[in-house]
Design a protein around this ligand. Sequence first.
Ligand code: NAD
Ligand code: DAU
Length: 352
Amino acid sequence: MENKTILITGGAGFIGSHVVRLFVNKYPNYKIINLDNLTYAGNLANLKDIEDKPNYKFVKGDIVDGAAMYKLFEDEKFEAVIHLAAESHVDRSISNPTEFVFTNVIGTVNLLNAANRTWKDNFEGKLFYHVSTDEVYGSLGHEGLFTETSNYDPHSPYSASKASSDHFVRAYFDTYGLPSLISNCSNNYGSYQFPEKLIPLFINNIRNNQPLPVYGKGLNIRDWLWVEDHARAIDVIFHKGKLGSTYNIGGHNEWTNIDLIKIMCTILDGKLGREKGSSEKLITYVKDRAGHDLRYAIDSTKLKNELDWVPSLQFEKGLEKTIDWYLANVDWMESVTSGNYQDYYAKQYAKH
Ligand code: NAD
Ligand code: DAU
């Protein structure tokens, strides 16, 4: 494998840390530079196992700072970018949409500008890979799947900001020829996910015997994918994806929230030695999320047919593995839920 210097943004976050780990371990010839400004969601403890590897470097920086991004590109001479840095939580986007415009839209445009200016005399061998979400397609009814040609129809400030960033990436491909690709993935689960998202939040609350705040009737449907399968898909798309293309990534694994929550309760009753049915008693139906998308489900046939990727891990096994990880890493959970998290939790759930 040839030498390459790759910028991974948002590498201290949930998915980013899995992508950084995969690339650092699998490609010793690549120099991986992880740029992250360590917001509440970024945590260097997520990368403890690889932080001393010779092909890894961490840079603290803010993608909203365009001049700093340009300087970083000049200094480091990246051949490629895998862009994951973002504000990623829908509920926070409802409380503070502007933050999402800065990071997700302006931050992405800053990186596109830096790549375009630095690479413009020779686009050969360069790649800007933008990691996006299935939420840009909006909400499905009970039938159908999102394909790469589904219309964009975002509903939350988060998904609107991600949709906007996707449009900018395509605009730079069409206008300047900037070599780029995009993938749109469904809901990820696994280790190191910040406990504002459904699965780690509910694991933590069950462990602490706290109420489980189910939005609405719990009948919204998500398509869950193990985060390490997402990282594997990003690896394949990065190396073999067609420039200018979009790839949908999903688990073919749809669950209503309430069914998923009940399985988590059953698994945790067993693991925590509690009486069967006791965790389910923590379920509390609360006011629905504003603009709550009913259903996401991805058709990833293109990725399977063109690049031979399929998910590797069956969901119930993956969920149990994930629960085991959180139970074995209570220190990690306690460190990320101290301080500001308590304020966030109190404010967020007072609204519901
Ligand atoms: P996350 O919130 O766990 O991590 C985001 C990371 O970006 C954090 O480390 C944070 O510190 C960093 N960051 C935020 N603002 C920054 C800034 N201004 N400058 C530099 N770094 C900044 O998010 P995640 O769940 O790992 O998602 C990563 C990417 O994947 C996002 O682009 C998200 O839209 C996309 N995505 C997520 C999912 C999912 O289920 N979590 C699914 C599909 C796509
Ligand atoms: O589909 C991909 C997207 O998945 C990513 O782009 C986002 O970054 C990621 O956060 C995720 O978005 P969701 O809104 O689907 O994930 P979240 O974990 O916040 O919620 C999952 C479902 O659970 C959703 O229907 C809302 C519901 N929910 C969530 C929370 C936090 C509850 O019922 N109660 C809760 O407290």
